[in-house]
Design a protein around this ligand. Structure first.
Ligand code: HEC
Length: 247
């Protein structure tokens, strides 16, 4: 009798538990869809100026550096959400860390490196695939040079806070670290950073500074990449303060 009496209560309790489990599952599902920001597990691979682990090593014009040039290029053109980031890892390929990238290169031998061969392909087979922009021949040859120099996880400090002109400091920075996700074919956040006008617009509305300083209320940029060095942030800040001129 006792059990019979208790039955309806147990059913209620059971329904409550099921409802809670269902709610959890829904929350997890929603979050897994939202959570597409590439996760970088080595937050500072080579040690870039202004970040913990800064090398203080000055840049040699003859060398190509992973943390300064190769990693930003790969982060913005390959390791983004929906492609080869830690979450999506299309075709099992995750290019969000040095260790993972190193799997697809043969140090000292670019032409035998699958990653290099992939970016120099043409037509529909190439990576990044159309409609994304192909790597320029200059980008591909810098990548080959890095591989041929040993494909090291290296970095150097080469930033001059007295240079904050658009043409010599800001534009190359945008090309290297931002444009892969902010161009007419791939308008991250509806923002085009491949033209002066586009960069000027976010300089003027405060979003450029907010996003690169990882300030609260802004999306941290470069998305999924390393925070820019203090020196680079200073260059941007000085340029904005000067009125973000097209100089
Ligand atoms: C891997 C792709 C990717 C890279 C690299 C990237 N962005 Fe973004 N960016 C996005 C996406 C996507 C958004 C839309 C908002 C979001 O999803 O966080 C965005 C949004 C922004 C915004 C609007 C932020 C806000 O809070 O409204 C700014 C400004 C911006 N990016 C600037 C930059 C700059 C500057 C760089 C280079 C230093 C950069 N982005 C690199 C993908 C990227």
């Amino acid at each position: 009798m006792k059990t019979l009496f208790k039955q309806p209560g147990n059913n209620k309790a059971m329904r409550l538990v099921l409802a809670i489990i269902a709610a959890f599952l829904i929350i997890i599902l929603i979050n897994s869809c939202k959570h597409q920001i590439p996760v970088i597990d080595n937050s500072n691979p080579g040690g870039v100026s202004g970040l913990p682990g800064s090398t203080g090593r000055s840049c040699s014009a003859d060398s190509v550096y992973f943390a300064n040039e190769i990693f930003p290029l790969i982060t913005s053109t390959c390791a983004m959400s929906g492609c080869h980031d830690a979450t999506s890892h299309k075709e099992g390929i995750n290019l969000s860390t040095y260790a993972n990238i190193a799997r697809y290169v043969v140090p000292g031998n670019a032409s035998n490196s699958s990653l290099y061969r992939q970016v120099i392909k043409t037509g529909s087979e190439r990576m990044p695939p159309p409609p994304m922009a192909a790597w320029t021949s200059d980008q591909a040859s810098r990548f080959a040079k890095w591989i041929n120099q040993g494909a090291q996880n290296n970095s150097c400090d080469q930033c001059d806070t007295t240079d904050y002109k658009y043409s010599t400091a800001i534009k190359p920075m945008m090309q290297n670290k931002c444009q892969g996700c902010h161009n007419p074919a791939l308008l991250g956040g509806n923002i085009d950073l491949s033209t002066y006008a586009g960069v000027k617009a976010v300089a003027d509305n405060g979003k450029l500074y907010g996003s690169i300083t990882w300030a609260t209320g802004f999306s941290a940029m470069p998305k999924g990449g390393l925070k820019m060095s203090d020196c680079e942030i200073t260059q941007v800040s000085k340029w904005i303060t000067a009125g973000a001129p097209n100089n």
